[in-house]
Design a protein around this ligand. Sequence first.
Ligand code: T46
Length: 133
Amino acid sequence: MQVVKYMFQPHGDERGQLVSLEEYTDIPFTIKRVYFMYDTLQNVVRGKHAHKNLEQILFCVNGSCKVSLDNGKEKKVVNLEKPYEGLYIPGNMWREMYDFSEDAVLMVLASEIYNEEDYIRDYEEFLRFVQKE
Ligand code: T46
């Protein structure tokens, strides 16, 4: 399984850092939604679902967390610990986010607006879905 983690180049100067993200130049899809999560408790596991079609890029813009990816055949764990690292997650991928640091802010750029029908929240159903693909 190939994991795509973008390392964007910050525009740094004596004032600090700035990361700019433009659709199609930096982000390989139209950004229809941005959401972020913070104040996540340390022993919490978020996600635990897949999407049929949604594409997303996850940034831990503050603090750190881990993301486990599972395509139904293989699993990989990715650390997000720098604000300029973006983890691309295509459709048909089970994801879990965990080990959030106390100060973690996980920001997500998404290719579609929120649609509960795109979620697969049952792992056995996910396995059946990816086997059909
Ligand atoms: C994903 C991972 C990385 C909305 O109303 N609009 C939204 O755009 C989102 C994402 C969520 N919500 C509501 C639905 C729930 O009542 O916010 C609540 C928490 O959402 P959820 O339990 O789905 O959050 P996570 O952290 O488990 O998963 C989220 C995304 O839902 C999901 O698409 O890939 O982050």
